[in-house]
Design a protein around this ligand. Sequence first.
Ligand code: MN
Length: 740
Amino acid sequence: MLRQIDLVDKILAYNPQADEALLNRAYVYAMAKHGEQRRASGDPYISHPIEVAGILADMHLDEATIAVALLHDTIEDTDATREDIAAKFGEDISELVDALTKLKKLDLVTKRAQQAENLRRFLLATAKDIRVLLVKLADRLHNMRTLDHVPPDKRKRIAEETMELYAPLAGRMGMQDLREELEDLCFQHINPSAYATVTARLRDINEKNRYLLGTIETALMDLLAQNGVSATVSSRQKKPWSVFKKMETKGISFDSLPDLFGLRVLVESVSDCYRALGVIHQAWAFIPGRFKDYVSTPKQNDYQSLHTTVFGPSRQRIELQIRTRAMHRVAELGIAAHTLYKDGQARLGRGKVEETRAYAWLRQTIDELAKGDSAEDFLEHTKLELFQDQVFAFTPKGKIIALPRGATPIDFAYAVHTDVGDHCVGAKINGRPMPLVTQLRNGDEVAIVTSDKQLTPPSAWQQVAVTGKARSAIRRATRLAMRKQYGGIGQRILSTAFARAGKEFSPERLVEVAHRLGRKEAPDIIAAVGRGEIASGDVLKAVHPDLAPAKPVKSAEAPPKEEGWFNLRSAAGMVFKLPTLGRTRKENKVGPAVPIRGAAANLAVNFSPEGAVPGDRIVGILQPGKGIVIYPIHSPALAAFDDEPDRWVDVRWETEDQPDARYPARISVTAINVPGSLAAIATKVAQHDANIDTLTMRSTAADFTEMEVNVQVRDVRQLNGLVADLKTLDCVSAADRALG
Ligand code: MN
């Protein structure tokens, strides 16, 4: 516990002319008033105001603020009155203590209308004198530091309130240190197991990288010194909450977070910032898109720094912040940095505070407040500003749900409860039924419509949801549903495939190869085979690598059903055959329903081998025995008919009455031979709602496979989208539409 004498020493160290008598009087008064009161921890109550004062002393605040901190709980918790404090400490201090007392009575996580009103009063009170906000934040910080002693249910509520309001508010005021500490403390109480995992992993990483980091620091310091820039270099530790948030919002695992080194370079002057930057960029390669100049254009909360990412001496990615010491102070303390004791005046530098952007924001928010007449309008305004990357929505009962920007009712449903998400079939936003893909806005009231008939959320929701919670729940539910739906057929296919190879199929053997096939567990592999995402041959090969390699599948009118490509075909929903190839989609009419205008009704219409899809400019070629064959106009194959103009027929698409029809096209893909590449390609095709008709593979080099994929798509847009997306796969080195 901090002692009064230590506190006073701390203050005298940065403010030698501080009013020591005032500090001592405030301490003695608070001590006498709180008397025998104890905190939940069993400590004497006075330890709390002293620690709060200590936090503010660390920010180098003036002694009036420190005195307010010492007195901040006296009116609320003891028989002290505002008048009494005014008589002993003056009107200024008593007003601040009174404001803090009123704040304490505001319940900030309550029903919407009330919450808005409370938040409004809160900001009004804090904006009147920024010291109220500073003491309030320090008060909250100390309460969070000692939260362990509070009963669990109360603990969580306080942590949530802090995470939703105080931490972002501290951030908005530029007080990054305080924000980060609050966030990590909240994280610890809101999600203890995740916190424990992340901190343990961070410790491991720091341990592992300590030596390397030291080397980089030295190299950087030498580099700057050699070029005449005097600077101090220090490393930045990743904070558990920010790491976790990144994992959650990006839906990635801890291991796939880039192993970044963060270094900070502190220099004397603005020109040194740019000189240091120049020296570093000249010596080490930098990533062009990553450079940001917040020195010439400060952030809204007054933050200033140069940011750049470079490749260090042994090619590690290093994130650098370059700033002056003064900028550093603002970066850490934000608005509190401007209240610095200055020029021997033991007064709060209020003129300076008012010049800051952060304070301007607060003032502006208050102005909005004066204009807006409803508390809810205000909430809309303020929160929009305050929580720029968050959206706050409400349940019909008024519970607030904080979501990342871009969140949908699906995310909302999962945030309420996994069951609500799984059974969600619709949503009413502010009383009106709205699509589940609607992006929520601040203040929306969301009622989720559930149905017991929906057992599994549609897998497509994975693309719609933005929260990690919703995504992982949907993924899991989808996986389980897949197992159920395709497990039987997968089992059959595998049993047959294994029997043909003279092997017995047993799911247990799949466990050890699951990883190689890109699946988590054996039932997932079986379902993937049933769904055609993995070929039975690949599974056979994985379990019995000694077997002769399976024959590549040839494009054929009727591939053997047991082979992998039967699966792919069924996977793609290959229940129909193209009318153009003399086959008919089952659910479509047989016969002249070919959507080409210009073709005589009695002539058969076929597509060229490379296919053609709506959106392509097309031409028909009369061919004996085949009727009119449709080619994309840019097909090189058309050159063969150049000398026979009589055979050319003008045709155009007429597809309006057949919105569900599919048309053939061919894609050539060069894939890298890695396990699961075929499945990845098939999955992409399925994700684009395209069907695979046939797939031919040819090994061109040891590590590459050329594939010719005949697909069925609605139109050229869908086809282009698919081709573009295939290129993004790690296992694909080239993908293009094949013509001619
Ligand atoms: Mn307190």
